[in-house]
Design a protein around this ligand. Structure first.
Ligand code: FES
Length: 103
C-alpha cells in the first residue's frame, strides 16, 4: 500500500465531498452520513465533470452536469446517463487525517 495524506477529517462535512489534487491527479474524497470516508477518481465517467461540485446523499454522489449517480463506497454507476463505474481507492483515517492509497 502506498498511502497519501489528502486532507483532515474536519475538511469534509458529513454527506459531502471535496476535491483534492495528488500529483496532478484529481481525487474526490467523500464523507458519508455515518462519518465514514471514501475516495474515487475526481471526474465523472460520463463527460468528465468534477464530482466535487456534486451532491452526496444516502451514500450516492450525484454529478452536477447531467445528474448521473454513483455509489460512493464502490463507484458503481447507478444508471443512465452514467454507464461506467468510478474507480475507487482504499481510504484510512489516522490521527485525524485522511489517507488514500492511489495504487
Ligand atoms: S458529466 Fe456527469 S452525468 Fe454527465
Amino acid at each position: 500500500m502506498s498511502w497519501t495524506r489528502v486532507c483532515e477529517i474536519d475538511d469534509v462535512e458529513e454527506e459531502d465531498v471535496i476535491g483534492v489534487s495528488v500529483d496532478g491527479q484529481d481525487i474526490a474524497v467523500y464523507r458519508d452520513e455515518d462519518g465514514g470516508f471514501h475516495a474515487s477518481e475526481g471526474h465523472c465517467t460520463h463527460e468528465r465533470m468534477l464530482l466535487c461540485e456534486g451532491l452526496v446523499m444516502d451514500g450516492i454522489i450525484e454529478c452536477p452536469k447531467h445528474n448521473g449517480r454513483f455509489r460512493i463506497t464502490d463507484g458503481k454507476a447507478m444508471g443512465a446517463p452514467v454507464t461506467v463505474d468510478l474507480r475507487t481507492y482504499p481510504v484510512k483515517v489516522e490521527d485525524g487525517e485522511v489517507h488514500v492509497d492511489l495504487g
